[in-house]
Design a binder for this molecule. Structure first.
Ligand code: FES
Ligand code: FES
Length: 151
């Protein structure tokens, strides 16, 4: 039996230990804000936070989740929109929107380790999150705006 937390709530799991966390979040808990893209750790659509750091939930097996604190995009706006979400709206980042929950979670993780990121920090930190619509310039602008707001 695996005990862990998702968005601050205790969860237990005794199913297939190789089940991806992404399936558990979407299919068991109904937290569909986290998206399935490549399923191979290559696109970042499935990004969530594990103890505050961005991970790819498609690559995280349930058997290795014991004791972890997982945070999905549903939780970051529990007390109103997160500064990153506000910046995303101000800059009007999304195009189709599919990659954006993962982008936002990656940005939240980046800003927690680098509160004043440079362009290079942003490019490095966000490099694993693919946007087929090419919103990278607006993502960069929104991260700078969020950093100012959070300072
Ligand atoms: S769906 Fe997980 S990285 Fe693409
Ligand atoms: S906004 Fe369409 S994939 Fe990024």
């Amino acid at each position: 039996m695996v005990h862990f937390k998702v968005n601050g709530r205790e969860q237990t799991f005794d199913g297939d230990p190789e089940m991806p966390l992404l399936w558990y979040l979407r299919d068991v808990l109904g937290l569909t804000g986290t998206k399935f893209g490549c399923g191979m750790g290559l696109c970042g659509a499935c990004t969530v936070l594990q103890n505050g750091k961005a991970i790819r939930s498609c690559q995280k097996q349930m058997g290795t989740a014991a004791g972890l604190e997982i945070t999905t995009i549903e939780a970051i706006s529990a007390n109103g929109p997160h500064a990153v979400q506000k910046a995303w709206a101000e800059v009007n980042v999304p195009q189709c929107g599919y990659c954006q929950p993962g982008q936002i979670m990656q940005a939240v993780s980046l800003l927690s380790s680098k509160p004043k990121p440079t362009d290079d920090d942003i490019d490095d930190g966000m490099a694993g999150n693919i946007c087929r619509c090419g919103t990278y310039q607006r993502i960069r602008a929104a991260i700078h705006a969020a950093a100012k707001e959070m300072a």
